[in-house]
Design a protein around this ligand. Structure first.
Ligand code: NA7
Length: 552
């Protein structure tokens, strides 16, 4: 097969052969497709959304915006792009992210390699040909040597199985499938279930539009004020002069942020001084609050100081003490991913917002007119919003029918939790590479996704150079990686709230295996490990050099 054709147009015939199939047109997939094309491989991309953007295509709910600042929540691979693109707000909105993806896709002519509005139904490894047979829901079939999944950590929506959910007579939406044309909320009684990062962004916006908003809260969150603001051209121009430094810092940071570590410990600091530092971080806003001290995620005393600081802010902001108490988390700060909010706690001071505790008084059913709780009360709403999160990390992978060697189905293999080497490869699934896969770090995603795509591109180059037909994680390596990520997570407080539903541990989805899904050793260390593995001739991977499946 020729590898000289670069990219495929959407007019290609069915049942064709390509070098690589890339699933997903978000940060990971788009860059992977670009890289593979640059290497001279033929690429077919599939994306279920009608256009590029991945999670940013789908999440159009009111208030949807990034929690990371735009200037480092983006690609860094192209210096020209960094100089051309201007962010207009500190935390870009969904439409601004969508424009950014459109800009990137246009610049590198990436759409021609994708089939949009096309969901992959199955990918089956054919051991006779060493090729993946990929089938879409539209019946299209493509075979590829390499299968790269870039399906996102948080992309498979979680809709809890509430009895009676089908009976609701009004419009109901999961936030991840918010209609493009928007939803008319004015004059409506709206109910929202869920107060994670999504609910936290949506609640103040919906409260401004709806006649009444009822918030069904199961677990409160530690919400840090985002302090969003416009970014002036002067500020953008200044940022552009120091992008090299920005990316160098990102590479060295635990969560891929362009910040230095605090070099301060809250656990041993005198209280007044500690409070002064928290106040400063609170005024600055956003994720950096989490990094105001280096021990917040490790030392229970330090952690409680941050937790109590936030609880104090909630008491200061929320006028009704009972509501403030209900909004105050009791689990360790960071055990659930802390959201950034704009006017979140303030929204609960509005006359048209009410907060219900569905931990103490759980939702028993959705009725035709609203939501019924354990105490029998029915809360009537005209519109129901499910901000109930995602079957994170593994969901988007296991919902596809991926079948590896010996007929092993990925969903079965991972029934008790995922096991991978580096979050990139799993034993029994040769030449399948995952970007932001389970057991990879949860960080500022774009830099990490880009880094992993680079790693995969290098690995594929290595395979082709060696004339190798298969590469997959060894069983021993993935067992070691699984043990390592579990041990690391247990050293942090991120898993300390064992009773807290969290997508970090799979406990947010009913019936899902409760295991740690994320590498919490730091994105910087993770990238070091990946580099070392490559330098060690891909240690932990089995590379088979049999009859090549392609002519080089
Ligand atoms: P999250 O953070 O998983 O939040 C989901 C919310 O939905 C959370 O408040 C849940 O309560 C609530 N939920 C889920 N199931 C139920 C049931 N059965 N009853 C009541 N409440 C329920 O998802 P998000 O979309 O907000 O954010 C996901 C990530 O996207 C975020 O971390 C960012 O990285 C971007 P719970 O806390 O489980 O008690």
């Amino acid at each position: 097969m020729s590898t000289s054709a670069v990219g495929l147009t959407t007019a290609q015939p069915q049942n064709r052969e390509v070098d690589a199939v890339v699933i997903g047109a978000g940060f990971g997939g788009l860059y992977m497709a670009h890289q593979l094309r640059e290497m001279g491989l033929t690429v077919q991309g599939y994306e279920s959304a009608p256009d590029v953007g991945g999670t940013w295509y789908w999440n159009r709910y009111p208030g949807a915006r990034t929690d990371c600042e735009g200037y480092y929540y983006c690609y860094s691979f192209d210096p020209e792009m960094l100089q051309q693109w201007n962010w207009t707000e500190r935390y870009p909105t969904q439409p601004e992210m969508q424009s950014y993806f459109g800009y990137v896709a246009d610049k590198f002519d990436l759409r021609r390699s994708y089939r949009f509005g096309t969901r992959v139904e199955s990918a089956v490894f054919d051991e006779n040909t060493d090729r993946w047979q990929v089938r879409t829901e539209t019946g299209e079939q493509t075979s590829a040597i390499y299968l790269i999944t870039a399906v996102g950590i948080l992309s498979a929506p979680n809709l809890p199985n509430f009895p009676g959910i089908e009976s609701f007579t009004g419009p109901a939406y999961h936030t991840a499938y918010w209609p493009e044309e928007g939803v008319e909320l004015a004059g409506k009684r709206v109910g929202i279930i869920g107060t994670g990062s999504t609910g936290v962004q949506a609640i103040p916006m919906i409260a401004e539009q709806a006649e009444h908003l009822t918030v069904f809260q199961r677990t409160p969150n530690y919400v840090i004020p985002a302090r969003n603001r416009p970014v002036s051209q002067e500020e953008m121009d200044e940022i552009k002069t120091r992008y090299d430094e920005v990316w160098a810092k990102v590479r060295r940071h635990w969560f891929s942020f362009p910040f230095d570590m605090a070099n301060m410990l809250a656990g041993s600091m005198e209280e007044n001084e500690r409070t002064r530092i928290y106040e400063k971080a609170w005024a600055n806003g956003g994720f950096p609050f989490l990094f105001s001290f280096d021990d917040l995620l490790f030392d229970p005393v330090a952690n409680e100081s941050a937790a109590e600081f936030v609880r104090g802010k909630i008491r200061e902001t929320v006028e009704d003490p009972a509501v403030a108490d209900l909004l105050s988390p009791r689990y360790p700060f960071g055990a659930k991913r802390p959201p950034s909010g704009t006017g979140y706690y303030e929204a609960f001071n509005r006359d048209n917002v009410s907060l219900l505790d569905v931990a103490a008084n759980a939702i028993t059913e959705i009725t035709p007119r609203g939501v019924r709780l354990t105490d029998g009360t029915e809360h009537e709403v005209d519109v129901l919003v499910f901000a109930t999160g995602f079957d994170a990390s593994t969901g988007a992978m296991t919902r596809m029918n991926i079948v590896g060697r010996d007929g092993v189905v990925l969903a079965d293999k991972w029934a008790e939790g995922p096991n991978t080497h580096l979050g990139i490869s799993t034993h029994g699934f040769p030449n399948m590479f995952m970007i932001t896969g389970p057991q990879s770090p949860f960080t500022n995603i774009p830099p990490c996704a880009q880094n992993t795509a680079d790693w995969i591109a290098e690995a594929i180059t290595h395979l082709r150079r060696e004339g190798a037909s298969r590469m997959e994680a060894t069983e021993a390596a993935e067992q070691a990686w699984t043990e390592q990520i579990t041990a690391i997570a247990e050293q942090t407080l991120l898993t300390a709230g064992k009773d807290v539903h969290s997508w970090f541990t799979g406990t947010n989805v009913e019936g899902k295996a409760a295991v740690i899904n994320v590498f919490f050793g730091g994105a910087d260390k993770y990238m070091d490990i990946c580099e070392q593995v490559a330098a060690d001739n891909y240690s932990g991977f089995e590379i088979t050099t049999t009859e090549p499946a392609y002519a080089n």
